[in-house]
Design a protein around this ligand. Structure first.
Ligand SMILES: Cc1ncc(COP(=O)(O)O)c(C=O)c1O
Length: 414
């Protein structure tokens, strides 16, 4: 087998299972998991109806490019949402089976192994960026996202010599796990750096539709391009998904959009890879990309949950003010995220993900640079996925608060 498989790191949930092994939580409390980023709100019913109505499309092989109708619906949505002016559905859009497979596959298609192949990833991060890089024969470059830099990567700290070895920069906005939103000015700066040092920007925007302020939707990379008059979206690709927007993670539907040359090469790769989207799913996706009312209702539900949880937790934990995504990223009292997660589970039967499981000590990439002290930037925090209905999430927050109050009273480490 490919020896690069051995370079893959254990998935955060494997580590969590090991951490909880042997712990027996109190039987009188039901288990509340705040660990997995899987939406629990109801899926968009109209899309499911469309899926069923078009079930006989399963009798046909779909094309890698998807139908013109689907690409048209996606281009219309992206143009509306990000004020693009134009996005050519024929050459600048490609449907994919969710952002996870697209992110993974894009790195395999894009990385040139004949020269230094660094891939810059935010740190902490969604593990697929790293795994895709390792399997494509590249080297991850971990860019710490800490409180001091608004939980976004400090791109100014990367020396020019390092940028020259970078082939792809991943942005995750809104961020998992931090919820941080990349402003347009930062996208613009990254585009300038991409031109200067000849790298590609892959912007994972799968949480872009889950934001708390209805008047302030998170900006996107293509929006930044459009504002610069860069309608060819050169070097830029965005990744979008129906998983969070429409509560349809099982549909496996998303798209990539941007630079036509990148899309053409990626489509060629995908034709061999064999990952075309089935026709019923394409039809269901058209229904979902064409409706905003269900997405607004989804945001309303998250807003209610966030308000309840932040009210309960703010007196006992510090966290960045949530703007978007469905995660809260609090610092834990005592500073040991693993001990906190284990003891919380043992005392309150609530599961949370230690932040260090989603990050790496930046020194792991072997490239020293200013502004990074070599510690894991996820350490000392936990990720709370606020995906369940408000009542269950509120109950979890109350238990976390009780746990911390007991902890403070005991005056001892977890
Ligand atoms: C940052 C990020 N990107 C991509 C994905 C993959 O989502 P999907 O493949 O369902 O579009 C996830 C899923 O949790 C995620 O958190």
């Amino acid at each position: 087998m490919n020896p690069d498989l051995d370079a893959l790191k254990p998935y955060p949930f494997e580590k969590l299972a090991a951490l909880k092994a042997g712990v027996t939580p109190p039987g009188h409390l039901s288990h509340i998991p705040l660990t997995i980023g899987e939406p629990q709100h109801a899926p968009f019913e109209a899309a499911l109806d469309t899926l069923v109505a078009h079930r006989h499309g399963m009798a046909r092989y779909p094309a890698t490019a998807g139908t013109a109708e689907l690409r048209g619906a996606i281009a219309a949505w992206a143009t509306r949402r990000f004020g693009l002016g134009d996005l050519d559905p024929a050459t600048q859009v490609l449907p994919v089976n969710g952002t996870r497979e697209a992110i993974f596959a894009f790195v395999q298609a894009a990385l040139d192994r004949s020269r230094p192949a660094k891939v810059a990833v935010p740190n902490p991060f969604y593990q697929i960026y790293e795994g895709a890089t390792l399997l494509a024969g590249g080297q991850p470059l971990y860019l710490d996202c800490r409180a001091e830099t608004g939980f976004r990567a400090d791109i100014e700290a990367v020396p020019a010599a390092t940028w020259r070895e970078v082939q792809i920069v991943f942005v995750c906005s809104p961020g998992n796990p931090t919820g941080a939103v990349t402003p347009l000015s930062e996208f613009e700066r990254l585009i300038a750096l991409a031109d200067e040092h000849d790298f590609l920007i892959a912007s994972d925007e799968c949480y872009s539709e889950l934001y708390l302020d209805e008047a302030a939707p998170p900006p996107g990379l293509l929006e930044a391009c459009a504002r610069l008059g860069r309608h060819d979206y050169r070097r830029c690709l965005v990744f979008h998904s129906l998983s969070k927007r429409s509560n349809l993670p099982g549909l496996r539907s998303g798209f990539v959009a941007g630079d036509a040359a990148l899309i053409a090469a990626f489509k060629r790769y995908r034709t061999y890879h064999g990952c075309a989207m089935s026709l019923p799913i394409q039809h269901a996706s058209i229904t979902a990309w064409s409706d905003e009312a269900h997405v607004r209702a989804n945001r309303d539900a998250y807003r209610e949950t966030f308000a309840a949880v932040t009210d309960i937790l703010a007196p006992v934990m510090s966290f960045p003010a949530p703007e978007a995504s469905f995660y809260l990223w609090p610092a834990v009292p005592g500073g040991d995220d693993e001990a906190f997660a284990r003891a919380l589970y043992a005392e309150q039967n609530v599961s949370v993900l230690p932040g260090s499981y989603m990050g790496r000590p930046a020194s792991d990439d072997g490239m020293g640079r200013p502004g990074q002290d070599g510690t894991n930037p996820g350490a000392g925090r936990v990720r709370l996925a606020l995906v369940a209905e408000t009542a269950a999430t509120r109950e979890a927050a109350q238990r976390i608060r009780r746990f911390i109050e007991n902890f403070i009273e005991r005056g001892s480490a977890c």
